[in-house]
Design a protein around this ligand. Structure first.
Ligand code: SF4
Length: 121
């Protein structure tokens, strides 16, 4: 038997959740105070994901902006985050760009896009 202690990050309450596993399968989840916490714990143990938020380099911006805040429109597999940051290290966006613009379609995983978080002219 194995136990994993988690802090639910779905809302600010930060419930402490204990997941019990046997032979790699979840047998019990305790400590959550709502169903969202149970779903979070199941996903965190079986397939952890995170929304990537970062900045990329810009050129040609009218106001002289050097960086653009970006994020993935859906959470990526947690194991891909470092590779995603490496991928973006050499990536440059050319202005103009509008908030919500898809900068990279199918970024790292099919169905996940990298989008702009700010309008820059
Ligand atoms: S279990 Fe529910 S109440 Fe507790 S932190 Fe998660 S979402 Fe919030």
């Amino acid at each position: 038997m194995e136990t994993r202690e988690l802090t639910c990050v779905v809302c600010p309450a930060g419930c402490k959740i204990t997941v019990t596993l046997e032979d790699g399968k979840i047998t019990d989840i305790t400590g959550q105070t709502c169903p969202r916490g149970k779903t979070y714990a199941q996903n965190e143990v079986t397939h952890p994901v995170r929304t990537l938020t970062t900045t990329v380099l810009m050129d040609n911006a009218a106001g002289g902006a050097k960086t653009l805040p970006v994020k993935t429109n859906k959470p990526l597999s947690k194991g891909l985050l470092f590779a995603a940051m490496e991928e973006l290290a050499g990536y440059t966006v050319t202005a103009p760009v509008a908030v919500g613009d898809v900068l990279v379609k199918d970024f790292m995983e099919p169905g996940i896009d990298l989008v702009a978080c700010k309008t820059v002219k």
